[in-house]
Design a protein around this ligand. Structure first.
Ligand code: FES
Length: 123
């Protein structure tokens, strides 16, 4: 299977792989087929994501997509972050093998779940 250099880099050196203890929003999503799990933590200030991190129990592509989505989303407004698609994550990684595209779903869905959690708490 061919992985891009970016995928290999984010897998080998994941960015923002940690828990944010006082997160404003937390989202956990899982893939029922493979059993992989991903949790995304966000800190929000003035409607902007000021910090974001992840913890992923999953395949290399899931780790790379989690790492990449933290880089894409930091500094974005909530609305901009909600518009990040599964394909955006894969594109930023210079693509994923077709059989691994579902792994990027986890990252985009995890971010959305963290934002929904934040919005619920701040209604
Ligand atoms: Fe489960 Fe990649 S194989 S997320």
């Amino acid at each position: 299977m061919d992985y891009s250099e970016k995928v290999m880099d984010h897998f080998a050196n994941p960015r923002n792989c940690r828990k944010i203890e006082d997160a404003d929003g937390v989202g956990t999503v899982g893939n029922p087929t493979c059993g992989d799990l991903m949790t995304i933590y966000i800190k929000v200030d003035d409607d902007k994501i000021t910090d974001i991190s992840f913890q992923t129990f999953g395949c290399g592509a899931a780790i790379a997509t989690s790492s990449m989505i933290t880089e894409i989303a930091v500094g974005k407004t909530i609305e901009e972050a909600l518009n990040i698609t599964r394909n955006d994550v894969a594109d930023e990684l210079d693509g994923l093998p077709p059989i691994k595209m579902h792994c990027s779903n986890l990252a985009a869905d995890g971010l959305k779940a963290a934002i929904e959690d934040y919005q619920k708490k701040n209604q």
